[in-house]
Ligand binder design. Structure first.
Ligand code: MEV
Length: 421
């Protein structure tokens, strides 16, 4: 592809940006029209996706520039309503680009399904009986999804957890399922439901819940990147970023916001690719609390050259087949723009984005604060609300920024002045 390191990408017009992406990724006319909003999601498709459909909501899709992930330049589509998020990720990625960009690894594509067994009189013996019958349980599940098995996936193992609740010891059986390029909820839930009668026979208990867990701790992704101290603004800022991380890791109040900033990037890419944002968010926050205290999903250090090194690790249950990833035209175009060929590759790219987003937030917070970056876009939104014409917006925004006054009433006044009203 064209290098993702495009200087001043944000200064191009929407048309020019679309041209670059369309040409570089070989998007079809239809894909271009869908992305540009000229052609909307057919209502019949919307109606087949969810229930009681009466409309649609449009969220802007931008592409984060300057990303190099495992040596490959990539534009990352992001669907978000929040100003500054895409610019911030692109800026941070620029600081990492010349130092190699991002490197990623995963623990694979394995999900867990939970089967809750109640009223077991002998939980320890029942646990033993489940293991004695492990092969039969696994074989039963794998006959349900032969295609997944042909692709190398399916149930690989079983775990049995004895969970002490206020009332009883519950037997919780985990199906350990490799769902390959699918997010896997459908496959896992179908298997869990289908194998339950067999589980009841073996345990002599009563099965109630049969559902995937979003704490996908066997589907972890990691990303790492070195950010140039010079590009970030110098040694002092690097030190401040490291202490901002130490603050978040030690204080859940700060960690919640720190991780929210990471999810600003991650959720935007998960949404743009038609994946389940809530599943990824639930997994991320549960994992952040997996030591018993809610902590930072990232780590930040200064390396021997004085540059900033970041790493991130979290569950990433995203797929490239199934669900909206293959039905929603924007999701399909997003995957094409990223030239993604596997769920593992998508997970790594999204983790790199989360790391960059966190770097950008911490850099701004450690230096000038985040409001300055927000100001221009905020002013632009207000100018649109005030009825500014497209060609008037830049003038109005600049006047408000020069005055350091971006309250709506002042922007409305400026808009009226510019319009000669
Ligand atoms: C705002 O959406 C995200 C930040 O609050 C994240 C952070 O504080 O690290 C800027």
């Amino acid at each position: 592809m064209t290098s993702s390191r495009i200087s001043g990408f944000y200064q191009f017009s929407v048309e020019e940006r679309l041209d670059i992406v369309t040409k570089d990724k070989g998007l079809t006319d239809v894909e271009r029209r869908i992305l540009s909003g000229e052609e909307i999601l057919p209502m019949s498709l919307a109606d087949s996706m969810v229930e009681n459909v009466i409309g649609q909501i449009s969220i802007p899709v931008g592409v984060a520039a300057n990303f190099k992930v495992n040596g490959k330049d990539v534009f990352i589509p992001m669907a978000t309503e929040e100003p500054s998020v895409i610019a911030a990720a692109s800026n941070a990625a620029k600081a990492a680009y010349d130092l190699g960009g991002f490197y990623t690894s995963t623990t694979g594509t394995v999900m867990r399904g939970q089967i809750q067994v109640l009223d077991v009189t002998d939980p320890n013996a029942a646990r033993a009986r489940v293991f004695e019958n492990k092969e039969e349980i696994i074989n039963h599940c794998n006959t349900i999804d032969p295609t997944l098995v042909i692709l190398g996936g399916g149930v690989k193992d079983i775990e049995v957890h004895l969970v002490n609740t206020v009332k009883e010891t519950m037997l919780i059986i985990h199906l350990i399922v490799d769902t390959k390029d699918a997010m896997g909820a459908n496959a896992v839930n179908t298997m869990a439901e289908s194998v339950s009668p067999l589980i009841e026979k073996i345990t002599e208990g009563r099965v109630v819940l049969r559902i995937i867990t979003n704490l996908a701790d066997k589907r972890l992704v990691r990303a790492r990147g070195v950010f140039s101290a010079e590009a970030l603004g110098g040694e002092e800022i690097v030190k401040n970023i490291v202490s901002a991380y130490e603050f978040a890791d030690a204080d859940p109040y700060r960690a919640a916001t720190h991780n929210k900033g990471i999810m600003n990037g991650i959720t935007a890419a998960v949404l743009a690719t038609g994946n389940d944002t809530r599943a990824v968010e639930a997994g991320a926050h549960a994992y952040a609390a997996s030591t018993g205290r809610y902590r930072s999903l990232t780590t930040w250090e200064m390396n021997k050259d004085g540059n900033l090194v970041g790493s991130i690790e979290l569950p990433m249950a995203v797929g490239i087949i199934g669900g909206a990833t293959k039905t929603h035209p924007v999701a399909k175009a997003s995957l094409k723009i990223m030239e993604i060929t596997s769920a593992v590759e998508l997970a790594g790219t999204i983790a790199a984005l989360g790391l960059a987003e966190n770097a950008a937030s911490l850099r701004a917070l450690s230096a000038e604060g985040i409001q300055r970056g927000h100001m221009r876009l905020h002013a632009k939104n207000l100018a649109v609300m005030a009825g500014a014409e497209k060609e008037q917006i830049d003038t109005i925004v600049q006047l408000a920024i020069d005055e350091k006054d971006v309250r709506y009433d002042r922007i409305l006044q400026i808009t009226k002045e510019v319009q000669g009203a």
